[in-house]
Design a protein around this ligand. Structure first.
Ligand code: AMP
Ligand code: MN
Ligand code: MN
Ligand code: MN
Length: 276
């Protein structure tokens, strides 16, 4: 379809710079993309002078809903206003506090040598981007505590494991409010990735809409077509628009190709109708 409204650059946990992401998007014949880094819009200060496609300013905020980390993408936000800088700075502080807690947990299992060295290590790996669990995964591999980053997540960093620290993110209501006040469209990211039961997912969407959410990612990354159909049904039931995004992070993850997303089912109202 050539529209990809969810991907990551080196400004968070992606492996390509914004310039290289845009180059790849053009190679893959994308016509509209959004770079949606975790809790930062700094990619939008690091763009090439010639873009050559419709770049929709975006961000992926981390939030809390019940016992889950829920991600809310903000599309068509203004990345240059002071309020955006303020909320991103708050999120960066939360990420640092969380990183310290993660490091303490990993130390308690003797997976790292010291909290300070681990914090230095993950900052070096993140190269100035927002610090997240993928950087810890890489650090655990560098330390020889895990054979690869997949194992690091499986054993220590994924939901419910020791390095999964939950108490830092603002409530989904607050994050949806930020996006609205920044002029953007709040989109519930990758709804099928929360491992929630169908009734819990429906409650999540119901709450999301009541807080002012407007859209859900009906097509996310590589996804079973049955899941896409189910999400399209939820989307129309709640009169929300539909978004699509690869959640591309790096070329090594071959199941998620930049600019290659499933077509939205015909019943869906595309999110880009909200700004174009
Ligand atoms: P964080 O933003 O620190 O909560 O880290 C979440 C990020 O970790 C996601 O955006 C993915 O890029 C990555 N991630 C989450 N779960 C896994 C997993 N099981 N294996 C590999 N990467 C993962
Ligand atoms: Mn990520
Ligand atoms: Mn996400
Ligand atoms: Mn993402």
């Amino acid at each position: 379809m050539g529209i990809d409204l969810h991907c990551h650059s080196t400004h968070s946990d992606g492996s390509l710079s914004p310039t290289d992401l845009i180059k790849l998007a053009l190679t893959n014949q994308a016509t509209m993309i959004s770079i949606t880094d975790h809790d930062t819009v700094s990619a939008y200060r690091d763009l090439p002078s010639e873009i050559g496609l419709h770049l929709v300013p975006g961000v992926e905020f981390s939030s809390a809903w019940r016992n889950l980390d829920v991600h809310v993408v903000g599309l068509n936000v203004d990345p240059y206003v002071v309020d955006m800088t303020l909320v991103c700075n708050e999120q960066a502080k939360r990420r640092l506090r969380r990183a310290e807690k993660i490091a303490k947990k990993l130390l308690s299992k003797k997976l790292i040598g010291s909290v300070d060295a681990a914090l230095e290590g993950v900052k070096k790996i993140a190269k100035g981007g927002t610090i997240g669990r993928p950087h810890f995964a890489q650090y655990l591999v560098e330390m020889g505590s895990c054979s690869d980053t997949g194992a690091a997540f499986k054993l220590y960093l994924s939901a419910g494991k020791i390095g999964d620290v939950k108490d830092e993110w603002p409530h989904m209501r607050e994050v949806v409010g930020w996006i609205k006040s920044l002029g953007g469209v709040p989109v519930l990211a990758h709804p099928a990735k929360y491992k929630a039961s169908l009734s819990k997912l429906v409650s999540m969407v119901e709450d999301f809409k009541s807080f002012g959410g407007r859209s859900i990612e009906v097509a996310s990354g590589y996804q079973n077509p049955e899941t896409t159909k189910l999400l399209a049904g939820i989307c129309t039931r709640f009169s929300l628009s539909a978004s699509c995004g690869s959640d591309f992070h790096s070329l090594e993850k071959r199941w998620s190709q930049l600019g290659k997303t499933q077509n939205l089912p015909a019943v869906c109202k595309p999110v880009w109708d909200e700004w174009s």
